[in-house]
Design a protein around this ligand. Sequence first.
Ligand SMILES: Nc1ncnc2c1ncn2[C@@H]1O[C@H](COP(=O)(O)OP(=O)(O)OP(=O)(O)O)[C@@H](O)[C@H]1O
Ligand SMILES: [Mg+2]
Length: 449
Amino acid sequence: MSDKNAVSTVEIPNTNLNVADDTFKGKIKGIINEAMSNNPYFAAGGGLMILGTGLAVARSGIVKLSRVLYRQMIVDLEIQSKDKAYSWFLTWMAKHPQRVSRHLSVRTSFIQHDNGSISTRFNLVPGPGNHWIKYKGAYLHIKRERSAKMIDLQNGSPYETVTLTTLYRDRHLFHEMLDEAKELALKTTEGKTVIYTSFGPEWRKFGQPKAKRAYASVILDRGIKENILKDVQQFMQNGKWYSDRGIPYRRGYLLYGPPGSGKTSFIQALAGELDYNICMLNLSEGNLTDDRLNHLMNNMPERSILLLEDIDAAFNQRAQTQDQGYHSSVTFSGLLNALDGITSSEETITFMTTNHPERLDPAIMRPGRIDYKQFVGNASLYQAQQMFLKFYPEKVELAELFVKELADLKLSVSTAQLQGLFVMNKDDAPAALANIGTLKLTNGIDSHI
Ligand SMILES: Nc1ncnc2c1ncn2[C@@H]1O[C@H](COP(=O)(O)OP(=O)(O)OP(=O)(O)O)[C@@H](O)[C@H]1O
Ligand SMILES: [Mg+2]
């Protein structure tokens, strides 16, 4: 449009001014031509105007072109701090050898070794600001920004973003890099069980990931472990069955019995066996409300088993006043609503434990809340024998003697108590046998079933 104008006006000096043109357009043109040829100021102004318009057109063209080129050649990727990839990426970048960073932040981590000692490591991660890295031959610009105004309401930390920029042709590197970052993050938890616990309204890792508890190290009475494992595995394979029937894809398990019988240990070992993590909530802890419970149960990290310990705490008002130490603010209906309200499309496996099954309201036994319940009691003679053999491998005859004596003592002891005896007499099977009488002393705390 403006080009056309420019061309037609440029032609003006060559137009024959005296040619009469009777059309309206012709008349106007005549008047303009006359004014321009007769008035030098006007003519000069017109020239400038033409030049100005031309330049403006050219400039906006260049801006547009550069924008198009930028869009064609450059790609951005934004990672927000609430995304899981955010911390993966920072850790990855801290480990990346070819980087230029002048702004660093410290991230301290604790590493627990197998012998229990803890060492501290400082990771220097890229701080807020601009950074460059060279990755697989391409340059990536990284900008980490921290919002001064916005905070993450979930955990109160400042809201942050990292923006990565590279050439369009290298855009596939984003994928490769994120995959690498994820691999790196997962490697640190490989062979480990991450335990999450509630921190306000969100799940936080509780300590460092622990080495998986060996499945075989938990000794329950015959068949219990196998049956539960089979049931969970079957449930996990049946997603389609549930979705075809519109049934929420969840299953609840209750393990009940006296303290120290291996309920919690079994659930940890099971999580390790299935390669799942654990989200653990203790309902007898006072800081949990119904709303919070509901929120937490609907926002679990993926591949986790939900473990609700001491669920009886949510049940009986009278028990709360009688048993000191119970200040739970999760109510019975709150627990039921939370169990019913899990809307995750992924499978939800909930394990619940209690030492007081008699305090539970039958309403919790409905399918979808508790589908499978199992008593886990004090040590049976079979368990005592297996425990003995676990601590003193190959001492088969002594194990027989031990079991016989235990039967003669007519004691109901927990597996935790047996473990206590064996730990006291480490690597000394005859001493464990000789000291079997000490079990009487530790008994009494949990002789009820
Ligand atoms: N059946 C078992 N097999 C192996 N170890 C066991 C067993 N039962 C208890 N222990 C050991 O005893 C300790 C306590 O066990 P755990 O915490 O699993 O008991 P619990 O049944 O969850 O008790 P509570 O009801 O008090 O929560 C752990 O160190 C665990 O290793
Ligand atoms: Mg327990």
